[in-house]
Ligand binder design. Structure first.
Ligand code: ADP
Length: 575
């Protein structure tokens, strides 16, 4: 502990000793990792806990002081926090810590979950391997079942400023992959290239790569020339085609549930003691003090931290229900149509059902609406505010409730915050609501139409991006073919979507929904598609070109030409 901070603690020691109630403060300090459970235990047995806590702080480092300060604020001891504030340490190491925080958040590395237990052994193994990438490029794989904590582990492994400084001074970039088709993968790599190029501050942003091969070459160039000694983290890879696109001699950490992808395997299952630790954190108890059901619960969850977190959140609210939740986990009331070979869903299904059941009825319905979100897509509260027709503040409160129950996760690296489900949770919802999928998607489309009756959003914010990107997907899933034709056979929509998202997504739409569109008119579908492939590179340009002008050079028999001519005439008429 640095000099100033120490003497400040000594100065206001008496005030602190008189006023603070250590248990809650210590909880914060434990979750910041500056205090161990043993230390806490020792303090709790003392007659005067406050005195012992200050005593301990005096022996600790700057981080402990900062954590204590933050804990005071969180527990509403602002008057005491003010006393400590002038001497908050600003040493070199904190400075370094902040820069590495910035590196991580810029690269989109997710933050820790609210309840978090550290897994030092695994962590060290991953870090050790990462250190091997200091000199040479290479891959490291974290393997494990879905929901076993791979992503959390990968993110935690790079949360170490020494490692960043020593091995990856070029930065760390996170890319969630999931189960993607080629076009989606292209879009993901495009946005990665865009992110990397934007950081370079170069004057002329080059146009996005148009094919996977081109994307791979672009990425190779960027990584080799502009971002040497940078780590790419690919989260949740399903198959090897994805890996081929990243076979570019770079430094790579990937997580996967597919064992056949890995040569250097590192399992990430959770052992029993860690599961117990999670339950202890949720219920603010000591591991030794947990009831005997705790062990059985962890066993029923097969150590999956995702499932344990769901149960933990329930127990936080109802601490007397250990036996009850254990029994719920043991029930086998759900039957999955598609049972994944690598994962036993029973416990997850039971835990999800139990967590949903304790929501108020109207919130259960709102949660059900989340079934329609695509996997690996994060959404801002504003989209749900349209879907649910509620004020944004109300939506945020509801989302917070879901997050507290581990039914939903939040990425607060981004502004606005983005929310997402674990894909096993989405599997559960889709399975549960199999018969209502069409209605649920229809609701999305109807709410959108209601909200944006005067035209699509064009602000370019996260909400706008969501609608422009996924409206067609919801229409297709809702079987609203009529709506889908009129949108996709409209030059206005093409122009808006190309301007906001670039042409790749748009072309992808025509390919993906081609079979539906062709039922209406395959000629028109191919006319639009042709227009886009011919003009793709123009539509990448900024300032954005005049789409009507571009469209006028289409063959006169094309629907694209017809609409453009119409608009040109309207323009002429209105001067
Ligand atoms: P995977 O990537 O293997 O599918 P995640 O890393 O996304 O799994 O973890 C799933 C959930 O499990 C997280 O959202 C979190 O709630 C919980 N979890 C994972 N690791 C931990 C941990 N170390 N401490 C506490 N909870 C964890």
């Amino acid at each position: 502990l640095e000099e100033g901070a120490r003497s400040c603690l000594l100065r206001c020691r008496h005030r602190l000793e008189e006023d603070i109630k250590p248990p809650y403060l210590m909880d914060h300090m434990i979750s910041d990792g500056v205090m161990t459970v043993d230390e806490e235990e020792r303090i709790t047995t003392q007659v005067n806990q406050a005195v012992s806590l200050v005593e301990l702080l005096l022996m600790k480092d700057n981080r402990a002081y900062i954590s204590f300060y933050n804990a005071l604020i969180k527990e509403k001891y602002e008057d005491l926090a003010i006393l400590l504030f002038p001497n908050l340490p600003r040493t070199l190491t904190d400075g370094q810590k902040n820069t590495s925080d910035a590196v991580l958040s810029e690269g989109g590395v997710p933050q820790r979950p609210v309840v978090f237990v550290s897994r030092p052994e695994l962590l060290n193994r991953v870090r050790e391997k990462l250190y091997r990438l200091q000199k040479d490029p290479g891959w490291i794989t974290v393997f494990g079942m879905a929901g076993s904590g791979k992503s959390v582990l990968a993110a935690e492994a790079v949360r170490d400023h020494r490692l960043i400084e020593d091995c990856f001074p070029g930065g760390i970039h996170w890319l969630s992959i999931g189960q993607v088709e080629k076009p989606d993968l292209l879009v993901k790599i495009q946005s990665l290239c865009f992110r990397l190029e934007q950081n370079l501050d170069s004057q002329s942003l080059s146009r996005p790569p148009n094919s996977l091969d081109e994307a791979k070459e672009r990425l190779r160039f960027l990584m080799l020339r502009k971002y040497p000694r940078t780590l790419l983290i690919l989260d949740d890879i399903w198959d090897s085609t994805v890996l081929k696109a990243f076979d570019i001699q770079c430094r790579l950490l990937l997580t996967t549930r597919n064992r056949s992808l890995t040569d250097s395997v590192m399992e990430s299952g959770l052992d029993e003691s860690k599961g117990l630790e999670i339950l202890a954190l949720y219920t603010k108890a000591k591991v030794q003090g947990l009831p005997e059901e705790a062990r059985s619960i962890v066993r029923e969850c097969k150590g999956s931290p995702l499932v344990v977190s769901l149960i933990g959140a329930l127990l936080k609210e109802k601490p007397n229900r250990w036996r009850y939740y254990l029994c719920q986990l043991q029930q086998k009331q759900f039957k999955r149509i598609r049972k994944s070979s690598s994962y036993d869903y029973d416990a997850l299904d039971q835990a999800m059902a139990a967590s949903i059941e304790v929501l108020p009825d109207e919130h259960q319905d709102l949660y059900k609406d989340l079934t329609v979100i695509e996997k690996d897509v994060k959404i801002p509260a504003k989209v749900l505010s349209v879907l649910w027709d509620l004020e944004q503040e109300e939506v945020e409160d509801i989302l917070e409730e879901f997050v507290n129950k581990s039914l939903l996760f939040v990425d607060n690296n981004s502004k606005p915050y983005l929310y997402y489900l674990h894909d096993l949770q989405l599997d559960f919802l889709v399975e549960q609501n199999r018969t209502q999928l069409e209605d649920l998607h229809t609701k999305v489309v109807r709410q959108y139409q209601q909200h944006y009756r005067y035209g699509p959003p064009t602000s370019g914010d996260e909400e706008c991006l969501y609608w422009i990107r996924f409206l067609t997907y919801h229409m297709a899933k809702a079987n609203l073919s009529q709506e889908l034709y009129s949108l996709m056979f409209s030059l206005d929509w093409v122009s808006i979507k190309a301007q906001i998202m670039g042409p790749a997504h748009l072309i992808n739409d025509y390919v993906e929904f081609g079979p539906i569109l062709d039922k209406e008119n395959s000629e028109v579908r191919s006319q639009f598609q042709e227009f886009l492939s011919l003009n793709g590179h123009q539509l990448e340009q900024r300032p954005f070109p005049d789409v009507v002008q571009l469209a006028l050079s289409q063959p006169h028999t094309s629907e694209v030409y017809r609409q453009a001519l119409q608009q040109a005439q309207d323009r002429a008429r209105s001067g």
